[in-house]
Design a protein around this ligand. Structure first.
Ligand code: SF4
Length: 502
């Protein structure tokens, strides 16, 4: 049966939607009579350019025929889904047509493995080559690398595309072997190295960060290979080529934020101006958030990856050999993105955010609040004296508000109101700030705890518990103020509050 172009776009755009490397619009709004435009459900997604502009991309697969059998993927060869393909010339013409009609400003190109990696990558490169050289297309091109293809084709992709990505897929070599058995760590890391060099960055070989698990030290990925084990609770020896315990040298311990600030980039570079990115499937395998974040941190440092995307595994795609894994809550993906933000803009290391005693992110709370509650000895911070790095660690203070505080305090005293005006989220920050020389009363107007579940009523005030006088000595109570979704008092996992009957 011959499918129309619209039907094929429908199939191939739908098949591309699970790639999180650029977010979809999620809109299905139709045009109305006399109206203009639509939500374009067929594969238009949005990405952000370096100057903050939102650009519309055609997100589509060249083909959803795939010779591989990755158990989490709807396009795997054993999956019973309608299949379709474009040829490179057809897809290039379609992109130009969409561009001329002003639907899109760029394209996100990926594909299932048609036969072998080189044959598939050649076709993807051919689409980009025709767009750039024949059609003189200057729009944005993001291209996926097919793991295992030759270095030559990776370099061709880097030549024609603005951004290229190689999906890391799973957080350990053991999970990769179980779940995506056609891929190997080398088939993923080799193109990453090639792309890093193509963009002028010499890949670094980092010793693996050490994660202590019940007294043992484990390697969690060395930036040049996947950790080979999943670190089950209990002892699991590190891989043979990794000395244990491993200490990072001072140069290795540079934060992701500092590494990004030191790296000079040229947005008008003819090769790979938007760098490389990667994506990890979360929840299809048993690795903890600590392992996932340790690996992500090394990818930033070792390969100059611009973004690591986390894609929550969706159970309906699962291969029968995975059994019936419970898909992770979407909130886990959200918390991983928040933790990733802490790497890139707040100077946190993976080992700051999680450790052996806290291997997973708290779903109910922002990771920075969670870190602050575990490190109360570092608070309160006096905003009129603290260094920039100290301010960044205060929940509710970000890079912009921290910079504004440094400027504003030269002019005079800081008050709760002035901090609010500077962009500090006082709802979170108030508990961690000291009045210091500024004479602020940061704990005023703290609001009340949520009342009984479902009643919408306000609960007891913080003053009743002495929080106003000494909030940092009541971490469990403070936790209730910091959780994103307040729970009712009758929730079964409500922490014990012995002073509640006072
Ligand atoms: S290679 Fe794996 S992840 Fe990619 S389309 Fe094929 S089955 Fe899906």
């Amino acid at each position: 049966m011959t499918l129309s172009v619209e039907e094929r776009i429908g199939i191939l755009a739908d098949a591309a939607k699970y790639d999180a490397s650029c977010s979809t619009s999620g809109s299905a709004r139709k045009n109305s009579p006399g109206g203009l435009g639509s939500g374009a459900p067929a594969g238009i997604c949005h990405a952000w350019s370096s100057d903050g502009r939102c650009v519309a991309l055609l997100k589509v697969l060249l083909s959803n025929v795939c010779a591989y059998d990755c158990a989490y993927c709807v396009n795997r060869r054993s999956s019973d889904v309608p299949r379709s393909s474009f040829d490179p010339d057809e897809l290039a013409r379609l992109v130009v047509e969409f561009y001329r009609r002003n639907y899109i400003e760029g394209v996100f190109l990926s594909s299932g493995v048609i036969g072998c990696p080189d044959a598939t990558m050649e076709r993807l490169v051919e689409v980009a080559r025709r767009l750039r050289l024949r059609d003189r297309f200057n729009g944005y091109i993001h291209m996926k690398v097919i793991p295992g293809c030759s270095d030559f084709l990776v370099l061709q992709a880097a030549r024609f595309a603005d951004r290229v990505s190689v999906n890391i897929e799973l957080p350990s070599a053991a999970s990769l072997a179980d779940i995506a058995p056609d891929k190997t760590p080398e088939s993923i890391f080799r193109p990453m190295r090639t792309l890093a060099r193509a963009s002028g960055f010499e890949p670094r070989r980092l010793p693996p960060p050490a994660i202590a698990v019940h007294g043992s030290v484990h390697a969690a990925g060395n930036g040049d290979s996947l950790p080979d084990r999943r670190f089950p609770p209990g002892f699991s020896p590190p891989p043979p080529d990794v000395p244990s315990p491993v200490r990072r040298t001072p140069d290795d311990s540079i934060s992701v934020m500092d590494a990004r600030m030191r790296r000079r980039r040229d947005p008008s570079s003819p090769v790979l101006p938007a760098g490389q990115t990667t994506q990890m499937v979360v929840g299809a395998s048993p690795e903890s958030d600590a392992q996932i974040l340790a690996l992500a941190e090394n990818l930033y440092l070792a390969y100059d990856v611009r973004r690591v995307y986390y894609s929550a595994f969706i159970g309906t795609q699962a291969h029968p050999r995975m059994g019936s894994p419970r898909p992770p809550p979407l909130a886990r993906e959200h918390r991983l993105y928040q933790a990733d933000w802490l790497f890139r803009f707040y100077g946190f290391a993976a080992s700051d955010i999680l450790d052996a005693d806290h291997p997973d992110l708290d779903i109910r709370m922002d990771p920075k609040c969670s870190w602050a509650l575990r490190n109360l000895h570092r608070f309160p911070v006096d905003p009129s004296r603290a260094e920039y790095a100290e301010l960044l660690r205060v929940p509710g203070i970000g890079p912009v508000s921290a910079s504004r505080i440094l400027n504003a305090r030269r002019e005079g005293r800081l008050s709760e109101r002035s901090l609010s005006r500077l962009g500090v989220v006082m709802k979170r920050a108030r508990w961690f700030l000291a009045a210091g020389g500024g004479g602020c009363r940061f704990h005023d107007d703290a609001g009340a705890l949520p009342g009984p579940a479902g009643t919408g009523a306000a609960g007891p005030s913080p003053e009743r518990f002495g929080l106003r006088r000494d909030p940092l000595s009541h971490p469990e109570l403070l936790r209730r103020f910091l959780e994103d979704r307040p729970r009712g008092r009758d929730s079964p996992d409500q922490p014990e509050l012995p002073w509640e009957d006072r």
